[in-house]
Design a protein around this ligand. Structure first.
Ligand code: PGA
Length: 259
C-alpha cells in the first residue's frame, strides 16, 4: 500500500443548474462522514454557473469537500469571449481544476500545448491541476495506448517543476470507457496508471513519481470502485455519471467500506 491519500473527484460535466447543484451538495453533506474525509480527499467540479452557489453551501455547512472546476483559460484576462481566467476560480476557493479532459480535447479541439498552458496557469494561481489523458479504442486496439498516454503526460507537464508535479493529480481516462458503461479491467487500468507513473519517473525522479496521485476514470461505479481502488498505482477516481446521484458518489467515496 502506498501512503498516497486517495482522491475521488466528481466531474458534473454540463449537468445541474445552480438550484439543482445546491440540492446535490446538500444531499452529499448528509452522507459524507468525518471518517470519509479523513481517509479520502473529495473534490466536486460543478459547471461554472454553479460554483458560487456551491461555494456558499460548502463554506456555510463546512462540508469536507474541495471545490473544483472542469476547465479554465490560461491567460490572466483579455478578449477571450466565453472563457474564465484561473484567478477568477481561485477567488471562489476553487482548488482543483481539470485540464485536458478528453471531451475538451475531442469536442473543443484542445491541443497538448493548450493543456500544458492551462496546467501552468492553474499552478501559478496556487490551484491543483488534474491533468487528464487517455487513448481511443482504435489506439488501444493498435497497441498504442501507452505511447499515446505517455506523450500526453510529457506534453502536459512540459516546463512544470518536480515539486509541483509531486502535488498534482493525473487522471488516466480511456476515452472508450467514458460515459459508455464500459470500464477498463482493474488489471488494464493498473497497467496504464503504472505506465503514467513510470513516465513521471523517467521525466523527473523516484520521489516525484511516488508522490503524484493518479486517478482512473471511465464508468467508475460503486460496484467497481473497490477493485479499481485496490490497484497499487490507482490512487483515486474521476467520476462522471455516477457522481450525479449523491448516494452513488458517496458509495464510491466510501469504497474502503465495501465487502
Ligand atoms: P464517466 O465519466 O464516469 O461518466 O465515464 C468520467 C469522466 O469523464 O470524467
Amino acid at each position: 500500500m502506498s501512503d498516497r491519500k486517495p482522491i475521488i473527484s466528481g466531474n458534473w460535466k454540463m449537468h445541474n443548474n445552480h438550484l439543482e447543484a445546491i440540492q446535490l451538495v446538500q444531499q452529499l453533506s448528509y452522507l459524507i462522514t468525518k471518517d470519509d474525509a479523513k481517509a479520502v480527499d473529495i473534490t466536486i467540479h460543478p459547471p461554472f454557473t454553479d460554483i458560487r452557489s456551491v461555494q456558499t453551501v460548502v463554506d456555510a455547512d463546512k462540508i469536507p469537500v474541495s471545490l473544483g472546476a472542469q476547465h479554465c483559460h490560461w491567460e490572466e484576462k483579455g478578449a477571450f469571449t466565453g472563457e474564465i481566467a484561473p484567478a477568477m476560480l481561485a477567488k471562489l476557493n476553487v482548488s482543483f481544476v481539470i485540464a485536458g479532459h478528453s471531451e475538451r480535447r475531442q469536442i473543443f479541439g484542445e491541443t497538448d500545448e493548450m493543456v500544458n498552458n492551462k496546467v501552468k496557469a492553474i499552478l501559478a494561481n496556487e490551484m491543483t491541476p488534474i491533468l487528464a489523458c487517455g487513448e481511443t479504442l482504435e489506439e488501444r486496439e493498435a497497441d498504442e495506448a501507452v505511447a499515446k498516454v505517455s506523450a500526453q503526460v510529457a506534453a502536459g507537464l512540459a516546463g512544470v517543476k518536480a515539486e509541483q508535479v509531486a502535488e498534482m493529480v493525473i487522471a488516466y481516462e480511456p476515452i472508450w470507457a467514458i460515459g459508455t458503461g464500459k470500464t477498463a479491467s482493474p488489471e488494464d487500468a493498473q497497467e496504464m496508471c503504472k505506465s503514467v507513473r513510470d513516465k513521471v519517473r523517467e521525466l523527473y525522479n523516484d520521489k516525484t513519481a511516488d508522490a503524484v496521485r493518479i486517478q482512473y476514470g471511465g464508468s467508475v461505479k460503486p460496484g467497481n470502485a473497490p477493485e479499481l481502488m485496490s490497484q497499487p498505482d490507482i490512487d483515486g477516481a474521476l467520476v462522471g455519471g455516477a457522481c450525479l446521484a449523491a448516494d452513488d458518489f458517496h458509495r464510491i467515496i466510501a469504497f474502503r467500506d465495501a465487502g
